[in-house]
Design a protein around this ligand. Structure first.
Ligand SMILES: CSCCC(=O)C(=O)COP(=O)(O)O
Ligand SMILES: [Mg+2]
Length: 228
């Protein structure tokens, strides 16, 4: 029996279009003005220092940092300070009701079912833990945060690196064979499998690149004990 399910967000619980056509453009547009307004807040200043260090630009002004971050967004770089700042910027959008976190229709029903069956539920996304909580706290289907036992982001490492999944297993105190990881991306599933986790690829559209992992088109096709 699976004791924990860890799921990716973009392309798995939620559409790639929601992230790329709504969330990312919102942050891209708001970034320069938002950064000027919040540059003195310690959490923001720390992120900006990380950006300066990573870009090798210790003297970069706030405007320069905004430019660097926008170029990282153009590359869809999963850099931790970028992801932290995006989360902070999205907060206003969620709170003002500009958007709600998209979820595929099968997701909530199945998460509730797995929880009832005794599995603990976790998120692992490149989006910051703060951004994850916002998205599930302001989802299309209301506040779903009570469903989850924890959240992981790039603080544990990149999603294509097996070591990240070992760190997660350590934190959960579980063996890989007790844990199912769901994602749309083969490289992430390969990394999780290399760390000993069970895997399942969620292919939300036709023609996706598949690998050696079991494939489903939605969460309702995933069984935790092989009996449903
Ligand atoms: C918390 S929603 C924003 C997701 C995000 O910023 C991102 O880069 C998508 O990462 P994922 O690991 O969920 O594919
Ligand atoms: Mg994904």
């Amino acid at each position: 029996m699976i004791r924990a399910v860890i799921t990716d967000i973009e392309g798995t619980t939620s559409s790639i279009a929601f992230v790329h056509d709504i969330l990312f453009p919102h942050a891209y547009k708001a970034l320069p003005e938002w950064l000027e307004a919040h540059a003195d807040e310690p959490a923001v200043a720390d992120c900006m220092d990380e950006v300066r260090a990573d870009a090798g630009a210790p003297e970069a002004t706030t405007g320069d940092v905004a430019g660097i971050l926008r170029s990282w967004m153009d590359e869809d770089r999963k850099a931790t300070p970028l992801k932290s700042l995006q989360g902070m910027i999205w907060e206003t959008g969620y709170r003002q009701g500009e958007f709600t976190g998209h979820l595929y229709r099968d997701v909530v029903r199945q998460l509730e079912r797995w929880k009832q069956q005794g599995a603990a539920l976790y998120i692992y996304s490149s989006g910051s833990v703060y951004a994850q909580k916002l998205m599930f706290g302001h989802s299309d289907e209301g506040d779903l945060t009570p469903l989850f036992s924890g959240y992981f982001d790039t603080a544990v490492g990149g999603k294509r690196d097996a070591e990240s999944y070992r760190v997660i297993l350590d934190e959960l105190g579980l063996h890989g064979s007790d844990v199912l990881f769901l994602s749309d991306v083969v490289e992430e599933l390969d990394a999780a499998q290399n760390a000993g986790l069970r895997t399942c690829q969620v292919c939300r559209s036709e023609g996706m690149v598949t690998g050696t992992h079991p494939v489903v088109s939605g969460f309702d096709e995933v069984s935790l004990d092989g009996n449903d």
